[in-house]
Design a protein around this ligand. Sequence first.
Ligand SMILES: O=P(O)(O)OC[C@H]1O[C@H](OP(=O)(O)OP(=O)(O)O)[C@H](O)[C@@H]1O
Ligand SMILES: O=c1cc[nH]c(=O)[nH]1
Ligand SMILES: [Mg+2]
Length: 211
Amino acid sequence: MRVHVVDHPLVAHKLTVLRDRRTPSPTFRLLVDELVTLLAYEATRDVRTEPRAIETPVAPTVGVRIAEPRPLVVPILRAGLGMLDGLTRLLPTAEVGFLGMQRDEETLEAVTYANRLPDDLTGRHVFLVDPMLATGGTLVAAIEYLFERGARHVTAVCLLAAPEGVEVLRAAVGERVDCELVVAAIDERLDENAYIVPGLGDAGDRLYGIV
Ligand SMILES: O=P(O)(O)OC[C@H]1O[C@H](OP(=O)(O)OP(=O)(O)O)[C@H](O)[C@@H]1O
Ligand SMILES: O=c1cc[nH]c(=O)[nH]1
Ligand SMILES: [Mg+2]
């Protein structure tokens, strides 16, 4: 599994404001949207294209277009929803599916409470979006499910990851070359509640208010 940490001053600047506890929800949402647009450039590097013949005002030429089957973007609710628009803005022809998953804060197990995906994922490149990779339980369960359903390639796009979660993901995914993680930063560690340190707190709560 390839892990790509997007090392860019704009990403680092926006991430710092995002982490700040004083940043209010409207600004937080805007920054998540901007950050995912910056990550999307790297995350879509392996998107499949096919030749497309066109005519410019000067001459015929052959360019490319994104190949069929269309990519599928899957946000993991709730927090992943904040990253959806940023990705579909760059991949406007992508289809969108939804997975609702919540980490049980006692057992840290990921519980799936909603699933609205196409029946058959055969041959699909799936962009799985969730801002936080903490223990890795949620992302591993989601990725395994997508491959079981026939996905050809899974690109996970996250804002922050804990080293512990990245290792869990590596162990689960192994040497697969059809799976990668694109992330803005890998932080120091998890705390005793399995929150990312220094992190940004609870991404879902900061996006949408405490529920
Ligand atoms: O790597 P893990 O230890 O599994 O934790 C990461 C998960 O926790 C957060 O979601 P949460 O369960 O808080 O749900 P929410 O998006 O509804 O707030 C986050 O958005 C991930 O989905
Ligand atoms: O730091 C963390 C860990 C899990 N979920 C979050 O939203 N934040
Ligand atoms: Mg949450």
